[in-house]
Design a protein around this ligand. Structure first.
Ligand SMILES: [Zn+2]
Ligand SMILES: [Zn+2]
Length: 455
């Protein structure tokens, strides 16, 4: 067994300086040659005798067949269901795929094993949860940060909704399989991790402005994993085993960090909201999906630009900002904009705002007081942000997408995602801060000029 820097955080519980007890039940991280061969021993060790294996045509070829052979050899009874991958694009994690998994279900199975990283992982995790069985993951590519996760983003009625899901008991990765993943997937995984530069800043920002709970220890664990990934991005281009090991570990650590904080704060901020926004537009338009991490990478460049702007900004005239509150977009105009941008999803966004009141003058005035008082602190934080140009170059060197047009995101979607991406969640980020100080629209215009081609 190789030693990994993830080890201290496996199946652990500890009292933290932040005053909370951090806990993660994720216990088995197996990243070693021949890892799939360990399945029978692992199942026996954990007391399971009858797995239900889920894969798709691609992942079945890559690792599913091998898992079946290993189980056959060990004389373990199992059911295997292979979903048909579409000719173009990827299988969608939607009600149809879930229905197929349910119809092939072996109700005697005592554990669900997904073979795959994206869709198959999300579906298996959710199916385990709704059928009350434990879950294991045989990963086939380090392409996104949901390897260890207690939620599953699924598509229902053309809307992406995050459902509760079963966190895996074990993550099984064969380094050879992981390193052989297409560069596009490795780059997407790395971009998803680079996005943490932004989301960790967003988390701290909310702590400063709203007093939201924040833990230095969790942020530190993530920051180390992100820095290590950043150093190893060069190696990814040549499918270097060590670089892939660092990346896979960082992806698993983001799940553990979320267990520790009890929410997705250490792994998701405004850069993810950009990605979600574009993904929704693609769904509405019936355009094939783009890898999650790829979009997060593009969103990270844009959101870091906002921090870079903030770092350079003169202290705003807060009295003037307060005077201008009454001339901000009236609620009915805002609702119209939500219908235009979020289309079939608008009602959900409007309902969220009624609860969260992010745009209400009362909350805004309170936040403005906190921002004014803590302006130096906010600028010091903004100065910690990497330069957007640096992340852009890293993405470029990996051969990853770096601007919206690289994956077909039109200019107007970017303009809207910067101005209204914050409405997707009740989560304070740099987008909401820029809106609070009345700078968001102007910043959106500048970013679109810089990063989007004119049509
Ligand atoms: Zn803590
Ligand atoms: Zn992500």
């Amino acid at each position: 067994m190789q030693s990994h820097s993830i080890e201290p955080y496996l199946n652990c519980s500890f009292e933290c300086g932040c005053g909370r007890t951090h806990k993660s039940l994720f216990a088995h991280y197996i990243f070693e040659p021949g890892a799939i061969g360990k399945l029978p021993v692992l199942l026996e060790q954990l007391g399971y005798t009858r797995p239900y294996l889920i894969s798709d045509t691609h992942t079945h070829e890559i690792a599913g067949k091998q898992a079946e052979e290993v189980l056959c050899k060990a004389q373990i009874r199992f059911t295997s269901h292979v979903l048909q991958s579409p000719e173009n694009g990827d299988l969608a994690a939607d009600e149809h795929a879930l229905g197929s998994i349910a119809m092939a279900n072996d109700k005697e199975a005592d554990i669900i094993i997904s073979v795959g990283t994206g869709t198959i992982n999300d579906l298996g995790r959710y199916f385990s949860y709704i059928t009350g069985r434990p879950f294991m993951l045989v990963a086939t590519a380090p392409s996104m940060d949901g390897l260890v996760s207690g939620v599953a983003p699924l598509i229902f009625n053309n809307m992406k909704i995050t459902f509760p899901a079963q966190e895996p008991l074990a993550l099984i990765c064969d380094p050879e399989i992981m390193a052989a993943a297409p560069l596009k997937m490795l780059a997407a995984g790395a971009a998803d991790i680079l996005g943490k530069y932004n989301c960790l800043l967003d988390w701290k920002l909310s702590h400063i402005v709203n007093g939201e709970y924040y833990c230095d220890k969790i942020a530190g664990i993530m920051r180390t994993a992100v820095d290590r990934t950043m150093e190893s991005t060069k190696g990814l281009a040549s499918h270097d085993g060590k670089a892939v090991a660092v990346l896979t570990e960082a992806l698993a650590l983001s799940g553990i960090a979320m267990d520790f904080s009890g929410n997705s704060r250490p792994a998701s901020g405004a850069e993810h909201h950009q990605s979600h926004y574009w993904e929704m537009q693609f769904l509405f338009d019936g355009v094939p999906a783009v890898l999650h991490g790829t979009k997060v990478g593009i969103g990270t460049v844009l959101m870091l630009e906002l921090y870079n702007m903030l770092a350079q900004m003169e202290k705003p005239d807060f009295a003037k900002i307060r005077e201008g509150i009454s001339s901000r977009l009236p609620a009915e105009e805002w609702e119209k904009e939500m219908h235009r941008c979020y289309r079939d999803g608008a009602e959900g966004i409007i309902a969220l705002e009624k609860k969260a009141k992010k745009n209400d003058p009362e909350g805004l005035l309170m936040r403005l007081a906190a921002i004014e008082e803590n302006w130096e602190k906010i600028q010091t934080l903004a100065k910690e942000a990497p330069k957007a140009a640096e992340i852009y170059r890293v993405l470029e060197k990996m051969g990853a997408a770096k601007v919206p047009a690289d994956v077909g995101i039109p200019r107007e979607y970017v303009y809207d995602s910067i101005r209204y991406g914050k409405e997707l969640r009740d989560r304070y980020t740099v987008l909401q801060l820029m809106w609070d100080i009345g700078e968001l629209d102007g910043a959106a215009k500048k970013l679109v000029e810089k990063y989007c081609d004119k049509i």
